[in-house]
Design a protein around this ligand. Structure first.
Ligand code: 3S6
Ligand code: CA
Length: 302
């Protein structure tokens, strides 16, 4: 009975692609398979938000469909002001020395979540590996905010302008293939990936520092986004948002870790590895504010 219910559900939600791709029209659902009447007509086919904006002169932020090189349709949030496509949030990982890479999300093509729910659950779409981009923008959006609220509710928002992705393979999938987020494969301040200067859209260097704990504030330089760092214990983290670490307790400011964090006997794990070391949301000692702890980090390509 349950099985039947699931099958019905997937028939309803599956886009009918019989001849829709070449017509540039997406027919969503409706019984009757490929003879279905279009419920929602989707007139754009594009690999990126920038392409939608430039080809169709559309300037509203919101949810759009993109098509990958191999024809996979997926939904993403487009920031049409900068023509950035939302590609990934983080992905919760445990702590185990047997899985030094964690789930490997930063350098694989496994996708999860949905654009609309990106502030309440982890999210990664095919744009992560399919889009070729020069730069990123990053939004820290409070948990559970609705898509229309994302831009205005963001507590920190910035972008890069150096075209750093071009020399790293054209997107984060390639960058993290070069700089794997894997425990034990490098050392603090020696094997750090790119640290890229940022331009603020919401916030500034001082407000960035205030989001993190008083102790880590003394171990970072604000005004950067840094990729793939190691801490004292050789635990790997994917992104330090808004900062460049100068010290080695990076677990209190950097996110999206590999699979193993030796310090604290299991107390350090997950995407926000040790934002809560001196209490959840406490903003004491090494602990970050409640504000940044309870926000999703949205990565856009530009
Ligand atoms: C400023 C206090 C230093 O406390 C240390 O930092 C303490 O010995 C460790 O348990 C702790 C962590 O390494 C913080 O990352
Ligand atoms: Ca530490």
């Amino acid at each position: 009975m349950l099985h039947w219910a699931i099958l019905m559900m997937s028939m309803l939600l599956e886009p009918c692609l019989c001849d829709s791709i070449k017509l540039g029209t997406l027919y969503i659902g409706q019984d009757g398979g490929c003879d279905a009447k279009p419920v929602y007509k989707f007139p754009y086919t594009a690999r990126s938000c920038k392409e939608i904006r430039d080809k169709y002169a559309i300037h509203d932020d919101g949810l759009y469909y993109l098509t990958t090189e191999s024809g996979v349709l997926y939904q993403t949030f487009c920031d049409m002001t900068t023509a950035g496509a939302l590609d990934a949030g983080g992905h919760q990982q445990g702590d185990s020395p047997d899985r030094p890479e964690g789930d490997g999300t930063w350098s694989n093509r496994v996708i999860f979540g949905s654009a609309e729910a990106a502030t309440s659950d982890d999210y990664k779409n095919p744009g992560y590996y399919d889009i070729t981009a020069q730069d990123v923008s990053v939004w820290h959006v409070p948990n559970n905010a609705q898509t229309e609220e994302w831009a205005n509710f963001s507590i920190l928002r910035y972008h890069t302008e150096t075209s750093f992705l071009t020399s790293e393979g054209g997107n984060l999938y390639h960058l993290f293939t070069r700089y794997p987020v894997t425990y034990g494969t490098g050392a603090c301040n020696i094997n750090t990936g790119p640290a890229v200067p940022i331009v603020y859209d919401v916030g500034n260097e001082e407000s960035t520092l205030q989001l993190y704990g008083p102790n880590p504030r003394g171990e970072v330089t604000p005004g950067f986004i840094t990729f793939r760092v190691f801490n004292y214990e050789k635990a790997a983290m994917a992104i330090c948002s808004g900062v460049k670490p100068t010290g080695c307790n990076t677990e209190h400011v950097c996110v999206g870790g590999g699979g193993h964090f030796p310090e604290g006997g299991g107390r350090q794990c997950g995407d926000f590895t040790s934002f809560d070391w001196n209490g959840y949301g406490a903003n004491n000692g090494w602990s970050a504010t409640r504000e940044i702890t309870e926000s999703a980090i949205m990565l856009f390509y530009r």
